[in-house]
Design a protein around this ligand. Structure first.
Ligand code: FES
Ligand code: FES
Length: 167
């Protein structure tokens, strides 16, 4: 959501890495990370759906953990390492192919958040059981009801990771 630029706020410059690229950005103290990634940097993969921490569509990975970018102030991200769905796609992570193969998306609005959360899971646990996948994805909502497909896709991506596919 575009921040209310009429509200007087302080500004500061932050430096962070996004998908391996270094950025220096001037941000207002009320700008969310989602706003900065999407609107200031043009990384439109993270989606703002609920804007209140309830749907997971805006998930990104910060220092190895899945984080809701709509609930994170950009100014807090100075010096951090961020990974978005664009970086995951650019690296040709097996999740991307598995998501396509298993038709995990209908409207597709929730898909980047699911992929980012699943990537954070596989980074930590390369052989998750079905229950562990469900638990990891519990905060990601899909209005189109694609839930069963995500489990299949994550299991397949995990298998492909073991076969040494590029990550
Ligand atoms: S848009 Fe961030 S959790 Fe829904
Ligand atoms: S595919 Fe439409 S919200 Fe998930």
């Amino acid at each position: 959501m575009k921040p209310d630029k009429k509200v007087p706020v302080s500004e500061d410059e932050i430096n962070f890495s996004v998908n391996g690229d270094l950025y220096k950005v001037r941000v207002q103290s009320n700008w969310t990370l989602q706003y900065v990634l999407h609107d200031e940097l043009g990384l439109t993969g993270s989606k703002e759906l609920c804007n209140e921490g309830a749907c997971g569509a805006c998930a990104v990975i910060i220092d190895g953990r899945p984080v809701l970018s709509c609930m994170t102030l950009a100014i807090e991200c100075d010096g951090q390492t961020i990974e978005t769905v664009e970086g995951i796609a650019r690296a040709k992570h097996p999740l991307v192919e598995a998501y396509v193969k298993h038709s995990c998306m209908q409207c597709g609005y929730c898909t980047p958040g699911f992929i980012v959360t699943a990537k954070a899971l596989l980074d930590k646990n390369p052989s998750p059981a079905e229950e562990e996948i469900k638990e990891a994805l519990v905060g990601n909502l899909c209005r189109c009801g694609t839930y069963p497909q995500h489990i299949k896709a994550v299991l397949e991506a995990a298998n492909n990771l073991h076969r040494g596919q590029p990550i």
